[in-house]
Design a protein around this ligand. Sequence first.
Ligand SMILES: [Zn+2]
Length: 183
Amino acid sequence: MLIAIPGEKLGVIEAFEPRGDFIIKDGNIYATKLSDVKVDKKQKIIEIKPLKKGFVSVGDIVISRVDYVQRPFAFVTIVSALNKDLAADIKGMIYVNPDFEYSPVVEGSIIRAKVIGTSAGMLMLSVSEPGLGVLESYCNYCGGPLVVRGRNSAKCTWCGMVLRLKLAPDFKSKALPHRVMLD
Ligand SMILES: [Zn+2]
């Protein structure tokens, strides 16, 4: 699913025939609403379908699951927005500054993030503001439960690993159903 935000340039009119909800300005095709975009390169058609009301816009706070971290990005699936579960899997990304010692989120964590825009058809999220960050996580090495050690640091009670994370103020630890023995 490719997502476009209002005002996002989707292509040029010489190259594609737009269908759906869009505007054309100076030969460029722009989305007018938060839309699902389908590009048919063979037929040279761009279909721009506005997403249902109640879907996320820039500035919204969403709950997401972190699928994997491959710096400089963390790849996430948005599971709910505006306290509503979403029918479709919406993918998003968080930019992780390569200069940072650690990623603010880890694989498997549930996070609260803010929608800040789109890039390459994916929603861009951020956890940098206060109140945002990891809501639930287990140790990403062994699956054990974590205890908060201080600001943005948690320790695994099973393997002793210390994780640096951007913790939300209401962070809760969880554990994988089965313990993974490492030694
Ligand atoms: Zn552990």
